[in-house]
Write a new protein. Structure first.
Length: 266
């Protein structure tokens, strides 16, 4: 399965411009043979935009969603995008997935909120493992800070996830998360991880880019620089199966010694 990771847009001004950038990336990705485009955290609206988050927040079936569904249909590929989700007077930091027919496959609300940047605008989601199937692969969703908790990634592995999709908004000076933590998560939980970051600057944040795709054996399949980029990567289930045969971390766990962990991830 070929995936496209969109590290952009680097210049994020308004919703219309962001959606146009996503549409262009989707067309380029489709031309490259990708069947899915993954965009960053809050890709549709901007992330560090203060009170504009509340103004731009919308339900999961709002105008932004309608345009993303249209982009998916026009390009013929699935699209994963981040946006502020309004629901009953509460706003969540969410990621939604539309398939090539424009049907919503999954909607995930960020469960681990990062500092005041998140807590001043968003409520935390209460469902950790949200899944969808694409091209014969069982996929899971996390957002940015979520992946820094090994328990969150392991919960996905325990539920059969093969590919963990992580839109993110990582800023300097935390480059080591993309460079070291994300590959570790892929290896220790034996799954593919794609970590798709923002780039450029937004208010006082300098996003560090470095979007990546990591195989279950820790191999780096793709790594972006600091600027806007569309990375294309092939995810092969044979690689996953071989890695899990050779690196038997999931099977070798002594769950009898830490049953409390099993209770929390079940």
């Amino acid at each position: 399965m070929r995936a496209a990771l969109f590290q952009g847009p680097e210049l994020s001004f308004d919703v219309a411009a962001n959606l146009a950038a996503i549409a262009s990336a989707a067309q380029t990705a489709a031309a490259a043979g990708a069947s899915i485009l993954v965009c960053p955290e809050m890709a549709a609206t901007g992330y560090n935009i203060g009170s504009l988050i509340a103004e731009r927040a919308e339900p999961a079936d709002g105008p932004i969603a309608a345009r993303i569904a249209e982009i998916a249909r026009e390009s013929g590929i699935a699209v994963v995008y981040g946006y502020p989700e309004a629901d009953g007077g509460v706003v969540y930091n969410s990621v939604q997935v539309f398939d090539p027919s424009g049907t919503s496959l999954a909607n995930y609300r960020k469960t681990h909120l990062f500092g005041e940047l998140d807590r001043s605008h968003f409520a935390a989601g209460d469902e950790l493992v949200v899944q969808f199937d694409h091209a014969g692969i069982r996929c899971g969703l996390l957002i940015c800070y979520d992946v820094e908790f090994p328990e969150a990634v392991r919960a996905h592995a325990d539920r059969g996830i093969q590919w963990l999709v992580v839109p993110t908004g990582l800023m300097s000076p935390y480059e080591f998360i993309a460079e070291s933590v994300v590959p570790t998560r892929a290896y220790e939980s034996q799954l593919f991880v794609t970590y798709v970051n923002r780039c450029g600057t937004e208010a006082d944040l300098d996003y560090c880019g470095s979007s990546c795709a990591i195989a279950p054996d820790g191999t780096e399949l793709a790594r972006a620089g600091r600027h806007e980029e569309l990375a294309i990567v092939d995810l092969e289930l044979d690689v996953l199966r071989r890695s899990r045969r050779e690196n038997t971390h999931l099977d070798d766990r002594r769950v009898d010694l830490y049953p409390f962990m099993q209770e929390k991830t079940s």
